[in-house]
Write a protein that binds this ligand. Structure first.
Ligand code: 5RP
Length: 241
């Protein structure tokens, strides 16, 4: 099985036949999950759009639904550009207020509904948008489902004192030259995850960490997992959706 980070970024490098086949299965599953989520769209909805290769399948699927009056929020410049190119209306989150739904991919999903996100470095905005939506739907291909979360856990850190921040965490390193959509630095924590709630609290209380990529089950309404036999719906722990 490829590592979560490797699957999050599909490489254009030469691939063997087996790798090509695996990649195309993963692609088909991402498309299936994205299409299932696009079917949730209804006229006039306010929609949060995530970031990544799975969301790249979601955007045309939403556009193809032809819903009237959709108003979208994008979690990254890449998503914003792609959405606008498809004719979707993109506005600021603060103009829209509460969203009806947010849809996004993930790097890892565990059996309790904990997520690791941020392979694409947009996890801070993604968490804000997920929190602003009444319903947060996660779309993944089957290989994102894990028994237990593992490293790397993406981090967004302040430029000021970034090395001190990472030193305080131990087992963390900056991503070379990568910055978040808001101009902060991107890094990854490589230590053991263990109890995600404990690690989440530790990362959140480390000065200099803007946001980490652990998403608690309480944020997640449902996960749509595309497998070889179809799209499975797993309920999340979020109430009121
Ligand atoms: C971006 C993310 C993505 O949702 C996550 O990395 C999954 O990406 P992909 O759909 O490309 O596998 O959190 O910040």
């Amino acid at each position: 099985m490829a590592s979560p980070r490797a699957t999050a970024r599909l490489k254009p490098s030469p691939l063997s036949g087996v790798e090509l086949q695996t990649e195309s299965v993963v692609e088909q599953q991402k498309l299936a999950a994205a299409e299932a989520a696009a079917r949730l769209m209804q006229d006039g909805m306010k929609v949060g759009l995530g970031t990544g290769t799975t969301v790249a399948f979601l955007l045309p699927a939403i556009a193809a639904r032809g819903c009237q009056g959709l108003r979208c929020v994008a979690t990254s410049p890449a998503t914003e550009r792609a959405a606008r190119d498809l004719g979707l209306t993109v506005e600021d989150l603060d103009e829209l207020g509460e969203l009806d739904i947010a849809i996004d991919g993930a790097d890892q999903v565990d059996p309790r509904g904990w997520l690791v996100k941020g392979g694409g470095g947009a996890h801070t905005r993604e968490k804000i948008v997920a929190g602003a939506a009444r319903r947060f739907v996660v779309i993944v291909s089957a290989e994102k489902v894990v028994n237990a979360l593992g490293p790397p856990v993406p981090l967004e850190v302040m430029r000021f004192g970034a090395r001190s921040t990472l030193q305080a965490l131990g087992s963390a390193s900056l991503r070379d030259g990568e910055e978040s959509p808001d101009g902060n630095l991107l890094a990854d924590y490589f230590g053991p995850v263990g109890d995600p709630r404990e690690l989440s609290a530790r990362l959140s209380t480390t000065p200099g960490v803007v946001e980490h990529g652990l998403f608690a089950p309480e944020l997640v309404s449902e996960v749509l997992i595309a497998t070889e036999s179809g799209v499975e719906r797993r309920a999340g722990a979020r109430r009121g959706t």
